[in-house]
Design a protein around this ligand. Sequence first.
Ligand SMILES: [Zn+2]
Length: 435
Amino acid sequence: MNAPAFDASTAGREVVARAEALARHSDSPDHYTRTWLTPAHRAAALQIAGWMGEAGMSVRTDGVGNVIGRYEATAAGATALVTGSHFDSVRNGGKYDGILGILVPLACVSELNRRGERLPVAIEVVAFADEEGARFQTSFLASRAFLGKFDTVLLERRDADGVTFEEAMRAAGLDPAAIAASPRDPETIAAYVEVHIEQGPVLLDEGLPLGVVTGISGGTRHLVRVAGASGHAGTVPMPMRRDALAAAAEMVVAVEARAKAVPGLVGTVGILKVKDGTGNVIPGEVEFTVDIRSGEDAAREAAEREVFAAFEAIAARRGVGVTARKNHAVRATPCSPRIQDLLADSVAAVGAPVRKLPSGAGHDAMVMAEATEVGMLFIRCGAGGVSHNPAETVTAQDVGLAVAAMLAFLRAPGLSASRAPAGSAPGPAFVRRPA
Ligand SMILES: [Zn+2]
């Protein structure tokens, strides 16, 4: 007798139920927070490993606690389509961020296993142990370690309770020396694909369940300092003032105006501090942050130049000083056109409209792009597109469509075709590249 047909809505409901179950492994009884190597994190890892085993995968855990399930291809030793995402969270986060990128492909493998179907490529589902870095203020710790990149300086770092990184590893039964010992050979990876909740409102606004990501935005962060002259709020006449906050306010609006002028460009001032701010004193010094992002590095760099030129002009006109310090910069990561096309075909194959969009948030795919060609599939985010928040939500129907689309993607004949010589994919020497 034939196995019953695949039912996307059942698969979607099962994934959502699993996400709910995993969210119960939380560092806090009051909300969902799961940080690297806490008891809740280790319990979640065990649960994920159990589900991988049930789906017919061989399961291993690597040096930083990544859980890796492998479903073999028709032939032994085949290259692997690597797919996954993270199972740590921000504090008081949403239970679908990261998790969907593990559970959706897991549901696909489970279906293949049920049918007894093998593909020309092996499938590896990687549950990355730490992406948000909430416990040790790390950045992409797990995906970097997956590729054999690990900065041993981290071992000394302490969490909020004073526990060192190394102590946390040893308490979890992990050996720091094992991390760099087995870097993944990029030649064994066919491509990397990450399914992720959109974390924004674009698909929701357009009434679309799925999106194909064109690239992950690059971005810069600056700390800007405006120096004016403080004075008595009652005694200094308006024409004689050099108000740092009034100047900063104009600069904030200049960031917004410049970002609004170019589609795909975003600019944000998230922090603004008045030094010694007092109700009856003219602000003498103000600090604020500027975060500018775009999928196009050239567009972002042009915007930065113009924004800082505008700051200079505002400062000159108002007789204040302005200085800026860059404290973060990351270049955009384009998704592979080949993977985008395959994902678009798969989305169309399940009857959903194809919408391509950039990712404004960073993901493990940015790191994986240093080793192989990457792609991402977004799932519509409910509740106004809010993420990194307990209100984050998805529908089982959308998730079911994502499972069906990923299944179509994995079975696509084009996927096993030899990998395009992607310019972004460096040779085997990549593991020695400085951080
Ligand atoms: Zn995430």
